[in-house]
Design a protein around this ligand. Structure first.
Ligand code: PRP
Length: 227
C-alpha cells in the first residue's frame, strides 16, 4: 500500500541506463550514500542526504512493478517497460530524454533479402516483450508466437529457436555481431519519470513537487549533459 507519511522511496533501474539516470537524480538533489555507486555493494536500498528519501536499485522491469504496487513512490523506467506492463496504477508524467533507443523487429541477414514483412501471416519471435510484440503483430493482422527470454535475445536465431526477434536497439552493434538486421520499427524509447497514482492523489504536494523538479531539469536541457 502507498505510504502516508513524508518518506519517499525512489526506484532506479540497474543496467545500461543507470549512469545517466544517477546523474539526473543527483541533479534533482537526491544524493545517495557512496555504496550506491559501488557495483560490488550487495545492499539494494540506499540512504540519501535527505533522511526522508531512500533509493532502491532494481531490474528495469521491476521498477514499474515496485511503483505500481506503491512499494516505491516514484521511479525511472524505460517506455519499453511501461508499454509491456501497461500498469493502470503507474503515471508517467515526464519524458526524461535519456536512455534513447528503439524497439524493433529483426531477423537473420540471410532471410532479410528474400523476406517481405507485408506478407507475414504468422511469426515466431524471441523477446523480452511478449505483450508489446503480440500487440504489434495483432495490429497488422499477424499471428505471433512469442518465446519469452530475459536477455541475450540476439542469440536465439543462430541457435534455431526462431528466425526473428523483438528487442531494443541502441547502436546496432549487438544485432550486427549476431548476424541480424532490423526489419520493422515498433517504438522509440526513452526513460520516463513514473509515479504511483495513489501516492500522487494522497500526497499531491510531495509527489507533485518531484514531478516539477524533474520536469524543470528536462526543460532546462540538463539531460543533454547527464551522460
Ligand atoms: C540491450 C538490448 C540489446 C542491446 C542493444 O541489451 O536488449 O541486446 O542492449 O544495444 P546495441 O544496439 O548498442 O548493441 P542489454 O545490454 O541491456 O542486455 P540484455 O541482453 O541482458 O538485455
Amino acid at each position: 500500500m502507498p505510504k502516508n507519511d513524508d518518506s519517499l522511496v525512489v526506484a532506479l533501474p540497474n543496467g545500461r541506463i543507470l549512469n545517466q539516470v544517477s546523474a539526473l537524480v543527483r541533479r534533482a538533489g537526491i544524493l545517495a550514500e557512496p555504496a550506491f555507486e559501488d557495483p560490488n555493494a550487495r545492499q539494494l536500498r540506499f540512504a540519501t542526504s535527505d533522511s526522508n528519501i531512500a533509493v532502491i536499485r532494481v531490474r528495469s522491469f521491476d521498477v514499474a512493478t515496485f511503483v505500481a504496487f506503491g512499494a516505491a513512490d516514484i521511479g525511472i523506467a524505460g517506455r519499453d517497460v511501461l508499454m509491456e506492463f501497461d500498469y493502470h496504477e503507474v503515471y508517467a508524467p515526464v519524458n526524461l530524454g535519456v536512455g534513447r533507443c528503439r524497439l524493433v523487429v529483426a531477423e537473420t541477414a540471410e532471410l532479410a533479402p528474400e523476406d517481405d514483412p507485408t506478407k507475414w501471416s504468422h511469426v515466431r519471435v524471441a523477446t523480452k516483450y511478449p505483450a508489446i510484440a503480440r500487440r504489434h503483430f495483432e495490429a497488422r493482422g499477424v499471428q505471433a508466437e512469442c518465446i519469452k527470454l530475459n536477455g541475450a535475445i540476439e542469440l536465439a536465431p543462430s541457435l534455431g529457436l526462431c528466425r526473428r526477434i523483438v528487442d531494443l536497439v541502441d547502436t546496432g552493434a549487438t544485432l550486427k555481431a549476431n548476424g541480424l538486421v532490423e526489419v520493422e520499427h515498433i517504438a522509440d524509447i526513452t526513460a520516463r519519470l513514473i509515479v504511483n497514482r495513489i501516492s500522487l492523489k494522497t500526497r499531491p504536494e510531495l509527489i507533485g513537487n518531484w514531478i516539477r523538479i524533474f520536469r524543470d531539469l528536462v526543460e532546462d536541457g540538463e539531460t543533454l549533459s547527464a551522460s
